[in-house]
Design a protein around this ligand. Structure first.
Ligand code: SF4
Length: 247
């Protein structure tokens, strides 16, 4: 029975406005194959901390804000961690959300097997996929894995007609150089897309790292200034890519 399926939910955030269209409730599942140096949700790294919740419980909470979704075009977003680490549980949650007519979005690193994408694709109205760094080596240094699987997942989704929104966590001195921006623009154009969301680096996660006893590799980095963001959006615009600030 779908409603009784359990999910490792470590947080549910209501009234989110950067996790897809409209006003949304974002459900965070623990576990992630990556270790991004700027990760805002390090509590997701270790599985087994969250008390599992049933699909019925989670959807009941999501539906509390149904009136907001209806006026704003919002819905439910599944995030993490990497929510597709739990593909079958994600299917159950998405199917239940769909049975209530909700718009669904999934935020994925793309570092998941094709079978996980295939399991959910028919239940997801929008995939949000991050482009973290275009150099495979830098991607590995910054996240613990290369970017080949990210690009393969992106191509797989687009080839099957999935709606995909690209996003880029923008970290000053890490991935905001012209060479990386130009490579990002080329990849977007190669896929016939024209837009990307820029998610400015924030420092709020540092307190979580301290509380969890984790080393924050980027603690000396400041968020991008308005001028730095304008330089990035201008650079992308010169290459035909529309960049909006998402966060
Ligand atoms: S993919 Fe997302 S959740 Fe996983 S480490 Fe990177 S930023 Fe954090």
């Amino acid at each position: 029975m779908i409603a009784a399926v359990r999910l490792p939910v470590f947080d549910v955030q209501r009234c989110c406005v950067h996790d897809g269209p409209g006003i949304r409730t974002t459900v965070f599942l623990e576990g992630c194959p990556l270790r991004c140096a700027w990760c805002q949700n390090p509590e997701a790294f270790r599985e087994g901390r969250a008390a599992p919740r049933t699909v019925a419980e989670v959807v009941a909470e999501v539906l509390e804000d149904r009136a907001y979704y209806e006026v704003s075009g919002g819905g439910m977003t599944l995030s993490g961690g990497e929510p597709l680490l739990h593909a079958q549980a994600a299917v159950a949650l998405l199917r239940e959300a769909k049975s209530h007519g909700l718009h669904t979005a999934v935020q994925t690193s793309g570092v998941v097997p094709e079978s996980s994408l295939a399991a959910v694709i028919g239940l997801v109205d929008l995939f949000q996929v991050d482009l973290k760094h275009m150099s495979p080596e830098r991607h590995r240094e910054l996240t613990g894995a290369g970017n080949d699987r990210v690009h393969a997942s992106l191509a797989w989704l687009l080839a099957r007609g999935a709606a995909v929104e690209l996003r880029m966590p923008l970290v000053p001195g890490v991935n905001d150089d012209d060479a990386n921006l130009d490579a990002v623009a080329r990849l977007i154009a190669d896929h016939g897309l024209r837009e990307i969301g820029i998610v400015p680096y924030q420092r709020m996660y540092l307190a979580k790292y301290a509380a969890l006893g984790l080393e924050a590799r980027l603690r000396g980095v400041d968020p991008p200034s308005p001028a730095a963001l304008a330089r990035v959006t201008d650079r992308l615009a010169q290459r035909g890519i529309s960049a909006r600030i998402d966060g």
